[in-house]
Every structure is written in structure tokens, then in C-alpha cells.
Design a protein around this ligand. Sequence first.
Ligand SMILES: [Cu+2]
Length: 142
Amino acid sequence: MKKLALMALLCVTLAGCSAVPDPITVVIQPVGNEMKYATTEFEVEAGQEVTIIMDNVATEKMMQHNIVFLNDASKVTEVGMAAITATGYLPDNPAIIAATPIAGAGQKTQITFTAPKKAGTYVYICTFPGHFSIMRGEMIVK
Ligand SMILES: [Cu+2]
């Protein structure tokens, strides 16, 4: 019995025993009216259910933002350029693994998705026209 209790304790401590990690919610805001995310890096576990909230605290009408996750950092320019003419500024591209809808100033949008099974660094960008070149962050999957 003592051994079992110890095993249970180890499972809680190491978090490696539970098959599915608990869902996580990450709120990302822009820095005021700047073309910048206040959160430029966060961690999730592989296969974790992730809810991303774009909480657009901007007050200027032109400061509309979304959060688009890519599985390939080399596709940032391709996706960003294609977004300019795409419906909802979201192009149909295989590099996109998840995206929130565009949030206008003072609005919130969100998306829930399953984090990639493969550990690594996944870039996220804002695809509102003109933003992707500097409005970026990284989701680290562990
Ligand atoms: Cu933006």
C-alpha cells in the first residue's frame, strides 16, 4: 500500500503519468495600440487542449488583431501576404494549425485546439494586413 501511495505521488509530481494534460487557457493582448503582442512566448504540453483568447485592448479602430499559429516558421511571409486578400484575413494554407478570428479594438475572439503532438517551437502571427512582419510570438510545445 505504501508503495502505491508513493507511485501516485510521483505521478502527480512528474505529470508524466497522466495520459492527457489538463486544458490550458492563454489570454493574449496587444501592447496598447501598438502592433505588438504583450505575450510573445508561452508553453504548452504536447497534445494539450489549448484555448487562446485574443483580448484586443486597443482603442484605435485600425488596430485589429488575430492570432494565427503556424507549423512552419518559413511560411510566415507566404501566409501573411496571402492574408491581405483572404476572407477574414485568413488564407487557406496547410501551414496554419489554428487561428482566432480577427478581433476589432475592444473585442475578444478565441479558438480552442489541440496542441501539436510534436515538441518544438511554433510561431504565431497576426495576419491583419501589415502586421505579420513584426507582430509575432512563439508557442513552445514541450
Ligand atoms: Cu495585428
